[in-house]
Design a protein around this ligand. Structure first.
Ligand code: DLL
Length: 469
């Protein structure tokens, strides 16, 4: 018996009436809460799921055959839906990139008549125009179900009050999570982004036990609460579901300590569906990818060859069930690793690691590759710094120069020169030990770096403005 089937055949506890369609798998007594599974597809045998994936892959290839980009690519590579016999045939299909989507702006990848589109979302890009993504009514149902899966895996229950501080708009975070929470049956405060003092009032007065936003925004909430004389640990929050931007394990520890809650990571991107691509279970050992809806590949971004389990590579997704705008082998530019080992929660899906960075936010400093997350890791190792930082890169002459501006925490702010110098030197050493290169470090006063209500801006690269890269 494989370990997944062992896990899923363990004692199943009866589900309470309030949660009729959830299965409970009692495999890990040390889980901090009951291990509920929203959808039986999450514990399907990998063989059974493989058969379903091939069938769905064949269907999606047939569905996109009318999209001009794929029609041309399939004709060029001489592939068609009939050519898909096993999952290995996926490699015969073309990759899709963000540039391809931009070239077919606004809705050139639509695979259904426009009148079947029930909703449009979009992701903002550096070019000023968003990349639009479309959903049919059926897609919206699929999407809310996928969000419900990871929310329940991370402790959401129908009796919870949920505070959503994601932007409601073209961004997929607000509406995506909103309908996922609604599907689970919990109560929602759709607070949307911004006005942090008001968010704190709503969390307190409406007794929110669950917070949904970007991880950095939760620290902003904690900071503003402290400024108002409220201990953030006294807020009613018990769980948080964070996504939308990279964060580190050290940051999870800090958030959990500051807000006294359990924080879960979830991942997704608009082009694939939005949030709901993957999320953590109570074991918190990676994010389960919803493989009955998406096929994931992890490839070397240069050779495009697959990398082994545990090795970092670029994630590539193929949507299997989307109707309005399916996408084949979408190159996410997100760098992470995959883990096919069994998870104690009983879900049989592959897990992805945290996103280490994006191929396009990887900085090349004097020839060395550096991700902003490495700098964050260095800062969080040094007690007395807040995870508010800004990396400025410039090339005044021929040499790249990096300045890392770091905010000191209010409670540690000290005007003793010798203490500040010691803090500065520790940061300097940690950054050099993690990234291998020397960067200038400037300590700045608490609350001087700009806060974002959504995704944090971590890097300003003046070399780009000057056309040097
Ligand atoms: O950020 C979708 C989302 C919203 C996911 C809310 C989770 C929660 P986009 O705006 O298209 O969609 O940005 C997608 O954000 O390619 C990653 O680089 C990054 N990202 C999203 N979630 C995570 C995460 C949404 N948990 C891009 N960890 C992706 C690291 C993440 N990066």
């Amino acid at each position: 018996m494989t370990s997944w089937s062992r896990a899923s055949s363990r004692r199943l506890r009866g589900s309470p009436n309030a949660f009729p369609h959830c299965r409970v798998i009692d495999t890990m007594p040390e889980f901090p809460f009951e291990n509920r599974i929203w959808d039986p597809a999450e514990t399907m045998s990998p063989d059974e799921r493989g058969v379903l994936q091939v069938q769905r892959l064949r269907d999606v290839v047939a569905r996109v055959a009318g999209v001009p980009f794929y029609r041309e690519a399939f004709a060029r590579d001489r592939v068609s839906s009939e050519a898909i016999r096993s999952l290995d045939d996926l490699r015969r299909l073309p990759f899709t990139t963000k540039a391809d989507l931009r070239e077919h702006y606004p809705l050139g990848f639509l695979a259904v008549p426009r009148e079947q589109v029930a909703r449009i979302h979009g992701s903002s890009g550096t070019t000023g125009k968003p990349t639009f993504v479309a959903y049919t009514a059926e897609d919206l149902k699929t999407w809310s179900g996928l969000c419900a899966r990871f929310l329940v895996a991370g402790g959401l229950r129908p009796e919870h009050n949920v505070h959503i501080a994601f932007g409601y708009g073209l961004f997929t975070g607000g509406f995506g999570l909103h309908y996922g929470v609604e599907r689970v049956g919990a109560g929602i405060t759709p607070a949307a982004a911004g006005n942090t003092p008001r968010q704190i009032m709503l969390i307190q007065d409406l007794n929110a036990q669950v917070l949904i936003c970007t991880p950095t925004y939760s620290l902003n909430i904690a900071e503003v609460a402290r400024g108002q004389g409220i201990d953030p640990r006294d807020l009613p929050l018990k769980f948080a579901h964070f996504g939308g931007e990279p964060w580190t394990e050290d940051m999870r520890v800090q958030i959990e300590r500051e807000l006294d809650l359990l924080a879960f990571n979830n991942y997704g991107l608009s082009e694939v569906i939005g949030p709901g691509v993957s999320g953590e279970c109570a074991a918190r050992g990676g994010m389960h990818i919803q493989e009955d809806h998406f096929i994931v590949e992890c490839v070397n971004p240069e050779t495009l060859e697959p990398v082994a389990d545990g090795e970092l590579g670029e994630l590539v997704f193929t949507t299997l069930t989307k109707q309005a705008m399916p996408i084949i082998r979408y190159r996410t530019r997100d760098i992470a690793s995959l883990n096919h080992a069994a998870c104690p929660c009983g879900r049989t899906t592959v897990r992805m690691s945290r996103v280490a960075g994006r191929t396009d936010d990887m900085l090349i400093i004097r020839g060395v590759n550096v991700f902003p997350s490495q700098i964050e890791e260095a800062l969080l190792r040094v007690e007395g710094t807040a995870p508010h930082y800004l990396i400025e890169v410039d090339r005044p002459g021929t040499m790249d120069q990096v300045m890392v501006r770091v905010e000191i925490r209010e409670q540690d702010f000290s005007d003793k020169m010798s203490q500040l110098q010691a803090l500065h030197d520790r940061i300097d050493r940690e950054i050099q030990s993690i990234t291998g290169i020397r960067m200038a470090v400037e300590l700045v006063e608490p609350r001087t770096l700009e806060r974002s209500a959504g995704k944090a801006v971590r890097v300003i690269d003046h070399r780009r403005e000057k056309g040097q890269i």
